[in-house]
Design a binder for this molecule. Structure first.
Ligand code: EPZ
Length: 436
């Protein structure tokens, strides 16, 4: 829901201390969708408190599942699913809810799920999801903005993705778990969240190998083979990257705990290239030690294991104060440079030409009033505000609420001067576009 709250940041002071990273948004949402493959209760641990998790809870409840949550432990029971439809009202709030398509089709042989449509960062088609499910034998019609899918029988197939889409890989995996025979997904997405989903599915009785590589093999099992489990969600690598950049950008010294450093290799490399010091202090903890001055670096976003598009905007905030000219190329989304105008309002010198941004480093940013346009652009503005001299006021916080658990509390604990000012007024007229 849109909010009129604001973040007020008094910047230019270093972050210091230890921060624990929360469970991964982009994993938990898919595991919640996957939970409806079985009647047995599923316990998810390390579940972050996020607006997007609330939306997914609503989606599952709408289908008839029982979802309860206490602190970071969620229990999902799907034995009373009585609907196979996810409405426009729900899917348009959050694109990730489209994941129920594959799970419903696999388990109930039918699904009617609203097309997510475009969103603020790009067109983001679902053609690869649909082609993959069709290859498994689903009959799919697009009717009045809905994907209407039926599949009395799903059969394993070899599926080659045109591009390694995360969501398409996940939707196909979910449908293939209960298909007859073997499905092989080639040119599959290799993101750690795919591995988390495969590990979870195997924990409930699926038979999946190869996740994390470009070829995933799913041996279909019977629905009687699936059972409950208790599963801990992986740490959020994008949240971790955001704190790492904030630590470097404020010339601080921060230990990040509860992370998987191997998930962050491309970000660590880029931080080292600009001049920050990164120390592996434990198998699940790294320290970021900031430097007085950073050097410009070029950046190209790529599917994993390349540099993540979700970290492009936050990293741009750091490049904006690096010495020299950085070229940032965004290859995944056509509209993911919306932070530029706002960073420029804070004194950055960034010029966009299509999918390329030319960042000419300035000695310092200045506080200003700015607006979030999407989740990661919002993260970039927080980092910019922490780096900047003076006061930054950030509005449109509903975007940040989707993906950063307790961000004000965590930054305050690191010594930041950041406050959320609540403004009680009637809800604003327009709902935000879906992003994730
Ligand atoms: C996931 O989105 C993430 N969201 C995104 O995180 C992330 O940016 C993205 O993967 C890439 O890493 C969630 O996991 C909820 P894709 P997803 O399918 O699955 C094109 C964040 O900030 N494509 O891998 O939707 C698409 O347009 C968010 O947390 C098609 O053309 O991403 C894009 O250019 C934002 N047709 C590219 O592929 C399709 O059928 C990659 O998209 C599917 C995708």
């Amino acid at each position: 829901m849109q909010t009129r709250d604001k973040l007020v940041i008094h910047g230019a002071s270093p972050l210091n201390g230890t921060v624990g990273v929360s469970g991964a948004k982009n994993s938990v949402l898919k595991l919640m969708g996957a939970a409806i493959l079985t009647d047995a209760p599923i316990e998810l641990r390390n579940v972050p408190q996020l607006a997007d998790v609330k939306v997914m809870t609503e989606v599952l409840r709408h289908l008839g599942a029982k979802v309860t949550q206490q602190d970071d432990v969620m229990v999902i029971e799907s034995k009373e699913i009585n609907r196979t439809e996810a409405s426009y009202e729900l899917v348009s709030k959050m694109r990730a809810s489209f994941i129920v398509l594959g799970a419903l089709l696999g388990r109930y042989h039918e699904a009617r799920v609203s097309l997510p449509g475009g969103c603020s960062i790009g067109k983001r088609g679902v053609d690869l999801h649909i082609k993959g499910l069709q290859a498994l034998g689903a009959d799919i019609q697009i009717n009045q903005g809905y994907v209407e899918a039926t599949a009395p029988r799903l059969e394993g197939r070899d599926i080659l993705l045109d591009t390694p889409s995360v969501g398409a890989t996940e939707n196909i995996m979910l449908a293939a778990v209960l298909a007859e025979g073997v499905t092989v997904i080639s040119n599959a997405a290799q993101e750690p969240e795919i591995v988390d989903l495969a590990n979870f599915l195997n924990a409930i009785g699926a038979d999946i190998s190869g996740a994390g590589s470009t070829e995933i093999i799913i041996n279909g099992v019977r629905k009687e083979d699936l059972h409950g489990t208790s599963y801990t969600i992986m740490p959020d690598r994008i949240e971790a990257a955001t704190f790492m950049i904030a630590a470097a950008g404020t010339r601080g010294n921060v230990l990040l705990d509860n992370i998987i450093p191997g998930h962050l290799n491309s970000v660590i490399r880029k931080l080292e290239d600009v001049g920050a010091e990164i120390v592996l202090e434990a198998p699940n903890a790294i320290r970021v030690i900031g430097k007085e001055q950073y050097e410009a670096q070029n950046l190209v976003t790529q599917p994993y294991p390349g540099f993540p598009t979700d970290v492009q905007a936050p990293f741009m905030a750091l490049l904006s104060i690096a010495d020299g000219v950085s070229i940032v190329t965004e290859t995944l989304y056509e509209n993911r440079f919306k932070q530029i105008g706002e960073l420029n309002r804070m004194g950055a010198k960034i010029h966009q030409e299509g999918d390329i941004a030319v960042v000419t480093g300035v000695p310092a940013l200045m506080g200003a009033q700015v607006k979030c346009s999407d989740l990661r652009a919002g993260a970039a503005l927080i980092i910019a505000g922490l780096q900047a001299e003076g006061v930054t006021e950030i509005s449109e916080l509903q975007h940040i609420d989707r993906g950063y658990e307790c961000i004000v509390e965590k930054l305050t604990q690191l010594g930041a001067s950041i406050e959320r000012v609540t403004i009680d007024e009637e809800p604003a007229a327009q709902e935000a576009l879906p992003v994730n």
